[in-house]
Design a protein around this ligand. Structure first.
Ligand code: NAD
Length: 485
C-alpha cells in the first residue's frame, strides 16, 4: 500500500481528498463542502477532506444495513480472518500512522510512535485473543442464551487519541458481528482515512465498515439520528454527549458515552512524594494535556504542599515545547488555535480567581510564535471552588490542591461533575486500594500502576455511560436472545 499522508516529504504532500469510504470502496462525497486539515505546529494546510452530509450518511448506513445480516451470521473464527489482517496492517503501517499523528495532531514523534501507533495495535491484539475463546452462548437453566450482534453501529470519535478511539469502537463492534459507520473528528481525519485503507486491505465484506468525514453538527448529528442505526458509540465532550444521548434515546438506540474528565491524583502521607509528583507531571503534559483521563488535579497533604509544588515546578521545567517531528521533543502544540485560546483562557481565569502561577502562563513559549503552542503550566493555591478545579481544560495545565486529612482528600477528589479516572499513592498498595474504593471514578492507578488495555475503561457520573476495552467493551455491541427448551 502506497503512503499517502503526512506533513513531511517522505510521507506525501498536500492532497484534496473528495471521497468517502462507503460500501467497500472509495466513492465521491455526495456533498461539495470540504474541511481543511492543519498542521498544528506550522499552521500549514495539510489536506482537505469532504464535509459529508446527510446524503453521505444515508448511503453509508444503507450499506451497513445491507451487510448486517450476513456479517452478523459469521462465526467468530470467520471474523478473526480479516481482523487478524487488520492487526497486521496496523503493525506494518506503524511508521505512517505515527507520522500522520505528528502532522495532523502535533503529537511528538516519540509519543506518536509509543502510544498513538502502538496502543491501537495492543487493543486490536486484545480483541483477537478475546474473540478466540469467547462463548457467544450460555446455558441458564432450561434456556440457551445467545449473544447476538446489536446491529448497525454509529461510531463518533474525537481528535485527542484519534486512532485509539477509532479502534476501541470499530474493532470490538466488528468482532461482535456489527457493521460500522465511523464519523471521525474534524481535526484529525487523515488517520481515519489511513485506518479505512487498512480495513479495505484486510478484506472485510462491502458495507461492514464505512467512513464518512464531516462536521459534528451535520454528519455526526445525521448519523446519531438515523433510523437505520441501532447503537451509538460516542467519545467526546460531555456537552455534545448529552445531545447525542437525547437523540439516541428518542430512537431507542443503545448508547455508549466516553466523555470528559477532571481526574484527581491523591498522594497520601507516607507515599513516595517525588515519584508521585514526577509521574503526575508526565501524565498531565503527555499529549499536550489533551487526555480525557489526565490527572489534572494533584492533591497533597497540607504539610507536604510546598514541597510538592517545588517538585512539580522542577519536573515541569523539563518540558520544553518544540517541533513534534524532533525525536527529543516531549511536548508539542495543542491541536488547534481554538484549543490554544481555550486553554489560555482557563489559565487567565484561574489567576483572576487567585491561583498562583508556578511555571508557564498564557504567552507563547519562547521562539514559538507560529503553531498552537501553550506553555506547560503549574498552578498552586487552587481551591475546589475555582473553575480550573472543576472544568476540563484539555491542555498542559496541572493544578495543585491541599487537603487536611483523608476524608477531606476523598471529598475534594469527588468534588467535580466528572468521574473518569484517578491516581492514588500511599506507603503500600493495600492502603492505596482502600482509598481508591472511595473515589467515584472508573479507573484508578495505584502507586503508578500501568494502563491496562484489557480492563474496562469508562466513567462514573458525567464522564459517561458504558465501558470500552476488553470483554466489557465487546459486550456493549451484543444483545441477548433466550431460547427456552
Ligand atoms: P466534541 O464533543 O466536540 O467532538 C467529538 C466528536 O463528536 C467529533 O467527531 C465531533 O465532530 C462530533 N460531534 C460534535 N457535535 C456533534 C453533534 N451535535 N452530533 C453528533 N456528533 C457531534 O469533543 P472533542 O473536542 O473532539 O474532544 C475532546 C473531548 O473528548 C474532551 O471533552 C475529552 O475529555 C473527551 N474525551 C473523552 C474520552 C473518554 O474516553 N472518556 C476520551 C477522549 C476524549
Amino acid at each position: 500500500m502506497k503512503s499517502e499522508y503526512g506533513a513531511y516529504g517522505e510521507y506525501g504532500a498536500y492532497a484534496d481528498h473528495t471521497d468517502q469510504y462507503v460500501d467497500g470502496g472509495w466513492r465521491p462525497s455526495l456533498e461539495a463542502g470540504s474541511i481543511p486539515v492543519l498542521d498544528p505546529a506550522t499552521e500549514r494546510l495539510l489536506a482537505t477532506v469532504p464535509a459529508g452530509g446527510a446524503v453521505d450518511v444515508d448511503a453509508a448506513v444503507a450499506a451497513a444495513r445491507r451487510a448486517a445480516r450476513a456479517w452478523g451470521a459469521t462465526t467468530a473464527a470467520e471474523r478473526l480472518v480479516p481482523l487478524t489482517r487488520l492487526r497486521d496492517g496496523l503493525a506494518a503501517h506503524r511508521t505512517e500512522i505515527a507520522a500522520t499523528l505528528v502532522a495532523e495532531l502535533g503529537a511528538p514523534i516519540a509519543f506518536a510512535t509509543a502510544v498513538h501507533a502502538a496502543l491501537p495495535l495492543a487493543v486490536t491484539e486484545s480483541y483477537l485473543a478475546l474473540l478466540d475463546g469467547y462463548s457467544f452462548e450460555e446455558r441458564v437453566g432450561n434456556s440457551v442464551v445467545h449473544a447476538e450482534p446489536a446491529g448497525v453501529v454509529a461510531a463518533i470519535t474525537p481528535w485527542n487519541y484519534p486512532l485509539h478511539q477509532i479502534v476501541a469502537k470499530v474493532v470490538p463492534a466488528l468482532a461482535a458481528g456489527c457493521p460500522v459507520v465511523l464519523k471521525p473528528a474534524e481535526d484529525t481525519p487523515l488517520v481515519a482515512r489511513l485506518f479505512a485503507r487498512l480495513v479495505e486491505a484486510a478484506g472485510f465484506p462491502a458495507g461492514v465498515f464505512n467512513l464518512v468525514t464531516g462536521t459534528g453538527p451535520v454528519a455526526g448529528a445525521a448519523l446519531v439520528g438515523h433510523p437505520g442505526v441501532d447503537v451509538v458509540s460516542f467519545t467526546g465532550s460531555t456537552a455534545v454527549g448529552r445531545t447525542v444521548a437525547e437523540t439516541a434515546g428518542r430512537g431507542i438506540k443503545r448508547v455508549t458515552l466516553e466523555l470528559g474528565g477532571k481526574s484527581a491524583n491523591v498522594v497520601l502521607p507516607g507515599a513516595d512524594l517525588a515519584r508521585a509528583v514526577n509521574v503526575n507531571v508526565a501524565n498531565v503534559f503527555a499529549n499536550s494535556g489533551q487526555t480525557c483521563s489526565a490527572w489534572t488535579r494533584l492533591l497533597v497533604h497540607r504539610d507536604q504542599y510546598e514541597e510538592a509544588v517545588a517538585l512539580a515546578a522542577k519536573a515541569a521545567g523539563k518540558y520544553l515545547p518544540g517541533d513534534p517531528a524532533d525525536p527529543r521533543t516531549r511536548i508539542g502544540p495543542v491541536v488547534s488555535a481554538r484549543q490554544r485560546e481555550r486553554v489560555r483562557g482557563h489559565i487567565t481565569g484561574a489567576l483572576a480567581e487567585g491561583a498562583r502561577l508556578v511555571v508557564g502562563g498564557t504567552g507563547a513559549p519562547d521562539g514559538l510564535d507560529t503553531g498552537y503552542y501553550v506553555r506547560p503550566t503549574v498552578l498552586a493555591d487552587v481551591t475546589a471552588g475555582m473553575a480550573v478545579a472543576r472544568e476540563e481544560v484539555f491542555g498542559p495545565v496541572l493544578t495543585v490542591l491541599a487537603y487536611q486529612d483523608e476524608d477531606h482528600a476523598a471529598e475534594l477528589a469527588n468534588a467535580t461533575e466528572y468521574g473518569l479516572a484517578g491516581g492514588v499513592w500511599a506507603a503500600d498498595t493495600a492502603t492505596a486500594a482502600r482509598f481508591a474504593r472511595r473515589l467515584d471514578a472508573g479507573q484508578v492507578d495505584l502507586n503508578g500502576g500501568r494502563f491496562n488495555p484489557r480492563a474496562p475503561f469508562g466513567g462514573y457520573k458525567n464522564s459517561g455511560l458504558g465501558r470500552e476495552l476488553g470483554r466489557h467493551g465487546l459486550e456493549e455491541f451484543l444483545q441477548y436472545k433466550s431460547l427456552q427448551y
